[in-house]
Design a protein around this ligand. Structure first.
Ligand SMILES: [Zn+2]
Length: 139
C-alpha cells in the first residue's frame, strides 16, 4: 500500500477521474469520467506493482484475462470499431491499463488516443446507465 498512489489509496483524487465498477480477478475496473472515447474504462492491478514483468506469470495471465473480459464487454455494450490499450504510468507507477474504444468517424481514429482530453463529461445518471450495460456483459 502506497499512500501517495491513487490506485492504492482509492481516495478523492481517483474519484475525481473515475467511478469504480467492480473487482475482477486481480484488478479493479473503473469507468473513466472523461468520455471523449465513449465507453472508456481503466483496470488497475489490486496490488502495487510498477511493471508487468514484476508480476508472477499467474497474476499476469489473470490480468490479461481481466483486460480481455472488459474489452469484450465494451465491444458488446458500445459497438466501437477498435479498442486501444494504453499503459504508461510515469507519474503514477502502479500497473494499470486504459481500455479505450475508438470509432471510425470520431476523434483520433488512426492515432493514439489523448490521455486526458478533458472535454466530454456526463451526468451521474448517464454514467450509471453505462455501468449497468457493462455489468450486463461482464456477467
Ligand atoms: Zn499503488
Amino acid at each position: 500500500m502506497h499512500q501517495e498512489c491513487i490506485y492504492c489509496s482509492r481516495d478523492e483524487r481517483l474519484e475525481k477521474l473515475m467511478i469504480e465498477i467492480m473487482e475482477l480477478s486481480v484488478s479493479t475496473l473503473y469507468l473513466f469520467k472523461e468520455q471523449t472515447y465513449f465507453g472508456r474504462c481503466l483496470i488497475a492491478l489490486n496490488e502495487h506493482q510498477r511493471e508487468i514483468f514484476h508480476l508472477s506469470e499467474a497474476t499476469r495471465s489473470l490480468l490479461m484475462a481481466d483486460m480481455a473480459k472488459v474489452a469484450g464487454a465494451i465491444e458488446k455494450a458500445f459497438l466501437p470499431d477498435k479498442i486501444n490499450y494504453g499503459s504508461y504510468g510515469d507519474t503514477m507507477p502502479h500497473v494499470h491499463f486504459h481500455i479505450v474504444p475508438k470509432y471510425k468517424d470520431m476523434e483520433m481514429w488512426g492515432q493514439p488516443f489523448e490521455i486526458n482530453p478533458n472535454r466530454v463529461y456526463f451526468t451521474d445518471e448517464q454514467y450509471q446507465g453505462m455501468i449497468e450495460k457493462l455489468i450486463k456483459y461482464l456477467a
